[in-house]
Every structure is written in structure tokens, then in C-alpha cells.
Design a protein around this ligand. Structure first.
Ligand SMILES: Nc1ncnc2c1ncn2[C@@H]1O[C@H](COP(=O)(O)OP(=O)(O)OP(=O)(O)O)[C@@H](O)[C@H]1O
Ligand SMILES: [Mg+2]
Length: 227
């Protein structure tokens, strides 16, 4: 994975105040955390990683593809997991939701069914294939959302506070899922303890990247800001 931000600033339509400023950054590590106060620009940053947001200044490239021009291919390589799984569950049943991401790939019905079952089993949802997706618990929905993303096998996974709605058990499941993934993971979170084993943590404050380093030091810096 090689992600590059070059001269990136972003302001939303209708405003001239940047919510992300002057970002120059290369990201290559397997596990990268993103922390910072509410409104500091973390979600805006995260959404720039898969072209959901194209910066108003500067460029973001993912493995050489610029998000501004190659959004489709970028989104094939970068999966995005939202805080609220309801916003990404699109089909009536659990199995259909997972299979949705595999459409138009020319796979046989048997191949699709076997991939769906495998990914659901890996995320604690075996036996729920025919279950109405909207009737799952919040934690199960998050595991479904994760399954539906991972079944498409993106190279990179961006997660924006995926554990915020979860109890401790499901938080641990998500953490275990992250640890088991072959994907590069970029995790935005307010749960600082999830980042202990990460290779790199970015701290945002008032629209700027104010610290970039190892988890212990980054958390110390963030706690200092919160004083
Ligand atoms: N769609 C939007 N239109 C206009 N302003 C926005 C929009 N989304 C976010 N903002 C503003 O951009 C700034 C940064 O928001 P962002 O969502 O990136 O923060 P965050 O660090 O993710 O915060 P939180 O921890 O609360 O999720 C905030 O001031 C917010 O009000
Ligand atoms: Mg946010």
C-alpha cells in the first residue's frame, strides 16, 4: 500500500474554512490509527482515502491512482466501514447483502454461496444466511457490514469508529477481525486502547495533523490536548 497526500486542504461546499489543512503525508504501514477531538477532521480525512470526498486543494493517490479521476478503481481497492452499519446494509437478508458485493464478477451461484458462507462463518454469523439483515443486533450488523466489505477483498480497509455502537464483546470481535485481516487497516477511533499494537497513529486537532508517530506518544499527545 502506498497512499500519498500532496498539498491537501479541504473545505466543504458553502464554506471557505478548511476542515483539513496543509496535509503532506505518505502512508505505507499495515495498521494506522487516527485520533483527535470531535470535529478535528478525522472523518473528512478518512473519506478522502477512498474518494468519497475529493479534496478542494491538492491530490490524494492510492497506489498511484488519483482519487479525483480514478474514484471507481480506488473504491475497488479501498473498502470503507462506517460507524453506523445501517448506512451500508443494502439487501433484505444477510446472505443477499454479502452476495451483493460479488455481483457482476461472473461467479457461479455455487461459488458465490460458498464465499458468502465462508465469510459469515469467519465473522460469527454462520446460520444467519436467511435472517432479515435489519433485525440483527447492532453488533451483528457491524459484523455483517464488515463481511460485505471483506468478501470483495479490498487491499485497504478504512474504518470510521466501527466500535462506537458496540458492547465489549462485539468490540473484541471487531478487534479480532482487524487483527486477522490481511488488509492494510486505517482505523479512526475514540477507543484509544484499540491502538496499542498499531504501527503508526495520526493525531488531528483543529483541522491539522499535529502528531504522527507511535501509539504511546500519540495518545500522550492527544491526552495533552484534552487537558
Ligand atoms: N458534509 C459537511 N458539510 C459541511 N461541514 C461538514 C460536513 N461534514 C463535516 N463538516 C465539518 O467539518 C469539520 C470536521 O468534521 P469531521 O466529521 O471530519 O470531524 P471528526 O474529527 O470526524 O469528528 P468526530 O470525532 O465528531 O466524528 C467539522 O467542523 C464539521 O462540522
Ligand atoms: Mg468522525
Amino acid at each position: 500500500m502506498l497512499i500519498r497526500f500532496t498539498g491537501v486542504s479541504h473545505h466543504y461546499a458553502g464554506s471557505t474554512t478548511p476542515v483539513v489543512r496543509d496535509l503532506d503525508l505518505s502512508l505505507t504501514e499495515d495498521r494506522i490509527g487516527v485520533i483527535g477531538a470531535n470535529g478535528s477532521g478525522k472523518s473528512t480525512f478518512a473519506r478522502m482515502l477512498n474518494g468519497l470526498i475529493v479534496p478542494s486543494q491538492g491530490t490524494v493517490t492510492i497506489n498511484g491512482l488519483e482519487t479525483a479521476g480514478d474514484g471507481r478503481e480506488v473504491r475497488r481497492q479501498v473498502g470503507f466501514c462506517f460507524t453506523d452499519p445501517d448506512s451500508q446494509i443494502v439487501m433484505p437478508t444477510v446472505a443477499e447483502d454479502v452476495a451483493f458485493g460479488l455481483r457482476r464478477r461472473g461467479l457461479s451461484k455455487a461459488e458465490i454461496a460458498s464465499r458468502v458462507t465462508a465469510i459469515l462463518t469467519a465473522h460469527g454469523l454462520q446460520g444467519y444466511e436467511e435472517h432479515p439483515a435489519h433485525l440483527l443486533s447492532a453488533g451483528q450488523k457491524q459484523m455483517l457490514a464488515l463481511s460485505s466489505i471483506l468478501v470483495t477483498d479490498p487491499e485497504i480497509l478504512v474504518m470510521d469508529e466501527p466500535t462506537t455502537l458496540l458492547d465489549l464483546r462485539n468490540t473484541r470481535r471487531v478487534v479480532a477481525a482487524i487483527n486477522a485481516m490481511r488488509q492494510n487497516v486505517i482505523l479512526v477511533t475514540h477507543h484509544l486502547d484499540l491502538l496499542a499494537d498499531f504501527e503508526r497513529v495520526l493525531v488531528f486537532d483543529e483541522s491539522r495533523l499535529v502528531f504522527d508517530g507511535l501509539p504511546d506518544k500519540a495518545i500522550e499527545h492527544y491526552l495533552g490536548l484534552m487537558e
